[in-house]
Ligand binder design. Sequence first.
Ligand code: ADP
Ligand code: ZN
Length: 528
Amino acid sequence: VLSDGSAVISEAAQVLHRVFGYSSFRGEQQEIIEQVVEGGDALVLMPTGGGKSLCYQIPALVRDGTGVVISPLIALMQDQVDALRALGVRAGFLNSTQDPYERQAVEQAFLADELDLLYLAPERLRTEGTQRLLDRGTVSLFAIDEAHCVAQWGHDFRPDYLALSMLHERWPKVPRIALTATATESTHREIAARLGLEDAKHFVAGFDRPNIQYRIVSKSSPHKQLLELIRTEHDGDAGVVYCLSRASVEKTAALLVENGIDAVPYHAGMDARTRAANQSRFLREDGVVVVATIAFGMGIDKPDVRFVAHLDLPKSVEGYYQETGRAGRDGEPATAWLAYGLQDVVQQRKMIEGSEGDEQHRRALAMHLEAMLALCETVDCRRVRLLAYFGQAGKPCGNCDTCLTPAESWDGTVAAQKLLSTVWRLAKERRQKFGAGQIIDILQGKKTAKVIQFDHDGLSVFGVGSELGTAEWRGVVRQLLGLGLLAVEGDYGTLVLTEESGEVLGGRRAVTMRKEKAPAAASRKESG
Ligand code: ADP
Ligand code: ZN
């Protein structure tokens, strides 16, 4: 048993060098490794790409026995184990994808103390058989990867993770290290409470990724905007383009290919072989763009991804941070670009309302969406907002769109009042629900068929908003949504007032708005 701190460090440093080929520790790796090697518990919050794996891999190599890694990423276990074996580390995994013979071979190796690391799916650990297996061998540590999966209102909740609280009860002498890249203050506390890690040493790394330039633009014609981004700034670069649906993944990938960009699609609906081939092209070749749903990327490690583009609004700030975090892991400049429009908000509200789970769950999803909206609509530094979300302070960064081209603002109080009173007017009718399109037509005094059908040209608010164009009005709607002064409901994206709307309508609250920037693309479709 090692008890001398300096001996621990020198042995860990040797492993770092000899096995992994690195010359020095990054960030707090050394302190974390020391804590675990000496038998203490640790809770590690480190952004994606920060180097979490070594924090348990090295202690597992230094301590006697096998380090047991609990990970929900079953699809990646084979890759992780292969990568470790290539370095000469004795690693194996147990999950549902194996046949009984493979499983038995791994179990035997574990019992013979021939494994440094054993990856386990969380549902395996719940079985009595697996627990008895662990009793019969020597476990050097438990690493709980993606620990935020234990947080019930988080975006990645896995019920199997709740059972992990038993690790400490059943194996009190085995040190535990929980790791996540996702943690607001409250998730952080929930992880500690649910896993019984209140007494663990907490390591919280800085979440800032200074080399990533954050940009959020309003969506006009997304495909044109994306092509322009790639052509003008990222020609020949490796990148990831995230889309919400499989259909739009396919469509976008095809469009890029038609335009001479080396792009491949990736989503869960593709056949496994093509998907694996596309992933491996992206990882091994230069300058491949992968167009994917968010199924892509958990655990993907490619250092030179130069841009991450979102064509649809991410569901949460955590998701946005994690997905954009896949850009620029090598520390070189990279772009995180997001195009979003009103339609995204309507679509996501619809998905939330149609989602399974109880009211509390839906409320949590809605809160995540609202935080994401607020980030999109902020006139402040994006980075400051992002870091604040993770409970960290920051200064205006000079490397995000709002810092680089400060938004021109205008007093939007009167415009907000006009829009909110139109929403209120239509709500009073109750006969029919109306979305942003109808409301903007009324404000602009457009006698469309639908306006005439409902006698909306007779409303007192008809035509009172002709001073603004449609894109500007849509911008007003988005900003009011971002400020929580307006909400979207139901299948048709009905706009409704919130409790706070009254403050604006009553003249007790002024609203400063950001001027819409003219979209770069020539032909503008009014979808933003
Ligand atoms: P995370 O799990 O936090 O997303 P990883 O553990 O996958 O991050 O590490 C990200 C990348 O950084 C990997 O390529 C890893 O090999 C590399 N890395 C980690 N620690 C070091 C280090 N001390 N020196 C150099 N590279 C490192
Ligand atoms: Zn900034």
